[in-house]
Design a binder for this molecule. Structure first.
Ligand code: BMA
Length: 332
């Protein structure tokens, strides 16, 4: 596989981003077995914050992982979360090995959770609805290989819309995966699939991209957040893995309000890149930021919940107008 180096000078965090200095969630906050708490969907509803997070069970210090379930946490301020006594969701049978990476949307008076499903025959994208965050009804599980699904918070032209990230391996060399969109009348049957954002259109990517959190509707368009990966074969061991050649950064773009398969703006540089001890040096896989939550805190402030090192949940905020400007204007 050819390696196309990325331009390192692009990799700075945008000036409009303010990181919350403390960790939002770690294994120490979880009242059941937990080694890694990350990739958390976060929603604000009626002034309360709801988080569903991936909980990898095991022993952090011994670097042992034994399985995955999803945990539920509530907060009054979006910063201090209290984890419920038991995990809220898991799937495991002869075919399904685990579910992970939840994203949550509130639509039609219920919560819809999108998640990845590892099966013995490939990775699928799953969707389930719930009214009480306790009992979930599975609506659909895609064919492999697909994941990183996020559902828009409202129907567009009569259909539910999701972003997703299929993983085609025959057409291009390497793991070059793009962001797609599909429509559904009922959350069960999905179609009208089309490409939204291609990897080669992201100037700081040489590997794959994937949708992050449910989009935010603005008067300029749908604001989307995504992860973008670049590979450098000279990177060596870090985190728990023998060799980790990737860096995951966070990007943003703007989609057309009526036809969200059309990209109408995109920041040409990453929004957030790994910085500081917990993002660069600590964790299961260091150098990896992965956003699964984004919400409007008030009319003009956006909060972004992202994982660092596949180990903890962190949060950063920015002014909405600054984010929209990054998508539509060259960065100073
Ligand atoms: C992706 C998924 C995520 C993970 C990310 C960074 O491919 O496996 O669950 O957070 O890699 O390691």
């Amino acid at each position: 596989m050819d390696f196309k180096p990325v331009d390192e000078s692009l990799f700075t965090t945008a000036k409009c981003i303010t990181r919350y200095p403390e960790t939002i969630l770690s294994r120490h906050d979880v009242p059941y077995r937990s080694a890694l708490t990350f990739n958390a969907g976060v929603l604000k509803k009626d002034g309360k914050y709801i988080m569903i997070f991936r909980n990898d069970i095991g022993d952090y210090d011994k670097q042992i992982l034994e399985g995955t379930n999803l945990g539920l946490a509530y907060s009054d301020d979006g910063i201090h979360f209290k984890v419920e006594p038991e995990p809220c969701f898991a799937m495991k049978d002869d075919e399904i090995m685990r579910v992970y990476d939840p994203r949550i949307t509130y639509i039609d008076d219920e919560y819809c959770m999108c998640f990845a499903v590892d099966t013995r025959h490939g990775v699928c994208g799953g969707m389930a609805v719930t009214k009480d965050l306790k009992s979930f009804e599975i609506k659909s599980i895609s064919v492999p290989e697909n994941r990183n699904m996020v559902l828009f918070p409202e129907k567009i032209n009569g259909n539910y819309i999701r972003l997703e990230r299929p993983m085609p391996v025959y057409s291009r060399d390497g793991n070059i995966f793009d962001i797609w969109l599909s429509e559904s009348p009922d959350l069960v049957y999905w179609g009208k699939s089309r490409l939204v954002l291609a990897t080669e259109d992201v100037p700081y990517c040489n590997d794959k991209i994937g949708p992050g959190a449910p989009p935010i509707k603005t008067d300029k368009g749908w604001l989307i957040i995504f992860h973008s990966v670049d590979i450098d074969p000279s990177r060596g061991k870090n985190g728990w893995e023998k060799a980790w050649k990737k860096r995951y950064v966070i990007g943003i773009a703007l989609l057309d309000l009526n036809d969200p398969s059309k990209v109408i703006g995109m920041s040409k540089r990453p929004l957030i890149v790994p910085e500081g001890y917990y993002e660069l040096e600590e964790g299961y896989r260091t150098n990896a930021l992965f956003p699964c939550g984004m919400l409007l805190e008030d009319d003009r402030t956006v909060r972004i919940y992202y994982s660092a090192g596949d180990a903890i949940v962190r949060m950063a905020s920015a002014n909405l107008d600054d984010l929209l400007a990054l998508c539509t204007e060259p960065r100073k």
